[in-house]
Design a protein. Structure first.
Ligand SMILES: CC(C)(COP(=O)(O)OP(=O)(O)OC[C@H]1O[C@@H](n2cnc3c(N)ncnc32)[C@H](O)[C@@H]1OP(=O)(O)O)[C@@H](O)C(=O)NCCC(=O)NCCS
Length: 205
């Protein structure tokens, strides 16, 4: 019979931990100063106050009024420091052809002990959907995450009913790891949430 408690104190266990220290860690300097990522249709610029107007609908909505003004001021202050945060990377998605700001894409929830982060993306409105911006931005961040940044695992969650986003994530190689049932109320119907992830060792289509 194997004594698990004893096993955890064996030299083998220590060797595993040492090996763990030897594996290359996430390059945190690339979160503090994330580079601009350049694709064909979009480039991803480190998010800053200059992108606020293009992303107003995401950050504060379109409703006027003092509350919206106060919120906008707060967001603008946040955007001044967003670029320098050591634990996440926020980019504005900008079209290469005309320089329009069409969305944001984010790496967040850094788990530095396990070289893992979460991914999220949103375009500024439906008028921006289905031009390929989301797919290209996802691939750019995916390749940055598993390339220079050195992540081992990238996770995301998506509403089961969000077929457009599911297509983008499937195409990037994300794998379904689980389904949480009836989590969100969408248009009066309880929707499932799908957990997806990609490992550095997974195939990247
Ligand atoms: C999800 C999102 C980032 C995708 O970006 P996008 O630029 O619209 O996506 P793309 O144009 O790159 O690709 C969308 C694909 O889905 C397809 N699609 C659109 N509606 C679809 C539907 N109802 N069912 C299946 N596929 C659909 C498109 O045809 C396209 O596929 P194709 O390139 O093979 O033609 C964007 O739509 C968005 O910001 N949505 C709102 C926020 C959101 O849902 N974020 C994700 C939260 S997890």
């Amino acid at each position: 019979m194997v004594d698990t408690a004893q096993m955890l104190n064996t030299p083998a266990r220590l060797a595993v931990e040492v090996c763990d220290w030897l594996t290359p860690a996430v390059d945190l300097s690339l979160l503090r100063h994330q580079p601009t990522l350049v694709g064909q249709g979009v480039r991803l610029e480190p998010l800053g106050p200059q992108h606020f107007d293009g992303l107003r609908s995401l950050f504060v909505g379109e409703a006027p009024g003092p509350l919206a003004v106060a919120l906008a001021d707060q967001v603008k202050l946040g955007l001044v420091v967003a670029k320098e945060r050591p634990d996440r990377a926020d980019w504005a998605i900008v079209t290469t052809v005309d320089g329009h700001v069409v969305g944001e894409v984010v790496l967040f929830s850094l788990d530095a002990d396990h070289d893992s982060m979460e991914f999220r993306i949103a375009l500024s409105g439906p008028e921006r959907f289905d031009f390929g911006y989301g797919s290209e931005a996802t691939l750019l961040v995916r390749d940055f995450a598993f390339g220079p940044l050195g992540l081992r695992r990238l996770t995301l969650e998506v509403a089961a009913s969000n077929a457009r986003a599911r297509k983008v994530y499937d195409r990037a190689g994300f794998v379904v790891e689980g389904v949480r049932r009836a989590v969100r109320l969408v248009d009066g119907i309880w929707d499932d949430v799908v957990d997806m992830a990609l490992l550095s060792s997974d195939p990247r289509p």
